[in-house]
Design a protein around this ligand. Structure first.
Ligand code: ATR
Length: 289
């Protein structure tokens, strides 16, 4: 791809960003559609975030992804926040719309699309969500609008309760919460249709850990683990061996990326190309980070 004076620049800001899969995913997509865009990674330290956003304005950078640790704080430096990102109080995508910086959050949309596109319907279902951090907030916001029943379990039960109260008020829906104890997970799993792990349990290097005892998994369950490093987590392995349907965290990564791509380019994202680029990159790095 030729870089010209008109090439639009997109990128990711975070710290660390060395191992991000986003440049491979987005550049492959830009190339595939022959769009005059390029995507790079910028390491931005916490105390330099405000300056970095000023840089986006002065340099006319077209779009950004925002990752740890800036997703929450960046909200203060933008001109407009879309309603979903406002509710979640976290931005993972910025569009520079002729000088106006607009913040979005595509994590929840990405997770739900990953489920839907992999054949999992949400309507009328019970979804058990493990975790109440940033990703879980985004997923809960979207899932609560579609499923029949949402239950949120988190190590810090108070965080799950706060999230459920906020969501419950907004959507006029009762959401059950509790602590992430073995007995709670077991009890809630009995009549759950979908299980989403939005905790970091099982992430490299603690690859032998799983939030769920294998005995409680069942063939009728659909399991999505948002952890994608390793590609196949302990939970995913256990679920598969019990005959459950398993959706990899890679799918959420791809669909949240696809939603950002569409915000920046106004073109439908080439999902297959993006998936291939991510999987190639992961196999190059041994899929451990
Ligand atoms: P992200 O943006 O990826 O969601 P996060 O906001 O730091 O990251 O959230 C991490 C989630 O994993 C939280 O739900 C966290 O539980 P707490 O709210 O109690 O911190 C959960 N988590 C991380 N390590 C965990 C562990 N060892 N056991 C149980 N839950 C854990």
């Amino acid at each position: 791809m030729e870089i010209s004076g008109k090439t639009k620049i997109c990128g990711i800001i975070g710290d660390p960003v060395e191992h991000t899969l986003s440049p491979a995913m987005h550049n492959a997509a830009f190339n595939n559609l022959k769009l005059d865009f390029i995507y790079v990674a910028f390491r931005v330290k916490t105390n330099e975030l405000e300056n970095a956003i000023m840089g986006v304005r002065t340099l006319g950078i077209h779009g950004l992804n925002v990752t740890m640790p800036h997703k929450n704080v960046v909200v203060d430096y933008l001109d407009e926040i879309d309603p979903t990102a406002k509710f979640i109080a976290a931005v993972n995508t910025i569009l520079n719309d002729n000088g106006k910086l607009i913040g979005f959050n595509t994590d929840g949309v990405g997770a739900l699309k990953a489920l839907r596109e992999n054949g999992v319907a949400l309507n009328g279902k019970k979804l058990l969500l493990l975790g109440a951090g940033g990703a879980a907030n985004a997923i809960a916001f979207h899932a609560a609008q579609e499923v029949e029943e949402l239950v949120i379990l988190n190590r810090t039960a108070q965080k799950a309760k706060k999230l459920a109260e906020l969501l419950g008020r907004k959507l006029n829906k009762k959401i059950k919460t509790n602590s992430l104890s073995a007995s709670r997970i077991r009890e809630e799993l009995r009549d759950s249709d979908i299980l989403v792990n939005a905790t970091s349990i099982g992430m490299h290097p603690k690859v032998d850990q799983s939030p769920v005892h294998p005995e409680w998994l069942k063939p009728s369950l659909c399991v999505m683990d948002i952890v994608y490093n390793p590609i196949v987590t302990r939970l995913a392995k256990d679920a598969k061996s019990k005959g459950a349907k398993v959706i990899s965290g890679i799918e959420m990564l791809i669909y949240q990326g696809a939603a950002s791509f569409e915000i920046w380019t106004n073109h439908p994202a080439p999902i297959k190309t993006m998936r291939k680029a991510v999987l190639n990159k992961l196999s190059e790095t041994g899929a451990t980070h």
